[in-house]
Design a protein around this ligand. Structure first.
Ligand code: NAD
Length: 256
């Protein structure tokens, strides 16, 4: 299944390994013929990301560090993209982090540091990235962020990350309202649970996966490829009338 994105350039932020949802998005975009730029969080991710990117069909050479906790790192990353490719057509924000100890137990025990760290990396990062990406989207563009149903309703152990996702989803709406006049659309995909490096930190994650298999309308779990194909749709002109939206790709679990 693929949409043509030939001639378009997208930044994919947040590939850590082959299980990453960002990697599912990268594969869909690669199959659609898009040119891709990759960013990774820190040195330890560089080699794994380069090795993975080498397996794609397209020749995606620009692979840059971008630590979203540092304004300087984000600025340098997008300045390099501008210098090397000029303009972009969009980006996928697939970035989140919370301390493992904040993803279990009572939400009322959340520490100030843990709360602010989750907000900084998982929510504010979208705004600072949009700020630096906007001047590169000279022909308009599409920004896609990833969220989870724990940002809409209380899910066991998701705690501080649920509050960060609520903030991220509202940021998507404010950014959509702000950037629409520049022809830039901003949307979120609310993915069902997928076993990734980040998901490992959530206490009781296997129980959540089983519940989806038993109860979700489609009676199966979400795959990174399904999220990737929806991202390709949100990057394409097929979705040109959609902005400020959160699309659930979760086997229908959210209707229950
Ligand atoms: P992942 O661990 O593969 O990806 C998370 C990424 O965030 C990693 O690449 C990590 O390097 C990056 N990151 C963390 N701190 C960073 C920093 N300071 N600067 C730059 N990057 C940083 O896990 P994933 O599950 O693929 O997560 C991708 C997105 O999908 C996240 O927003 C996550 O909340 C969301 N999501 C995941 C699930 C799930 O069940 N896995 C469900 C819904 C939404």
């Amino acid at each position: 299944m693929s949409i043509s994105l030939t001639g378009k350039t997208y930044v994919v932020m947040g590939v850590a390994n082959k299980r990453s949802i960002a990697w599912g998005i990268a594969q869909s975009l690669d199959q659609s013929g898009a040119r891709l730029i990759f960013t990774y969080a820190g040195e330890r991710f560089e080699k794994p990301v380069r090795d993975l990117v080498a397996t794609l069909d397209g020749n995606h050479e620009l692979i840059l560090p971008c630590d979203v906790t540092s304004d300087e790192s984000v600025e340098t990353c997008f300045a390099t993209i501008k210098e090397q490719v000029g303009s972009i057509d969009g980006l996928a924000h697939c970035i989140a982090f919370a301390k493992t100890e904040e993803l279990a137990g009572d939400f009322s025990d959340t520490s100030r540091d843990g709360f602010l760290l989750a907000q900084n990396i998982s929510s504010y990062s979208l705004t600072v990235i949009a700020k630096h990406a906007k001047p590169l989207m000279t022909e308009g563009g599409s920004i896609v962020a990833l969220t989870y149903i724990g940002g809409e309703r209380v899910m066991p152990n998701y705690n501080v990350m649920g509050v960060a996702k609520a903030s991220l989803e509202m940021s998507v709406r404010y950014l959509a309202a702000d950037l629409g006049k520049h022809g830039i659309r901003v949307n979120a995909i609310s993915s069902g649970p997928i076993r990734t490096l980040s998901a490992k930190g959530i206490s009781g994650f296997n129980t959540i996966l089983h519940e989806i298999e038993e109860k979700a309308p489609l009676r199966r779990n979400t795959t990174p490829e399904e999220v990737g194909d929806t991202a390709a749709f949100l990057f394409s002109d097929m979705s040109r009338g959609i902005t400020g939206e959160t699309i659930h790709v979760d086997s229908g679990y959210h209707v229950l």
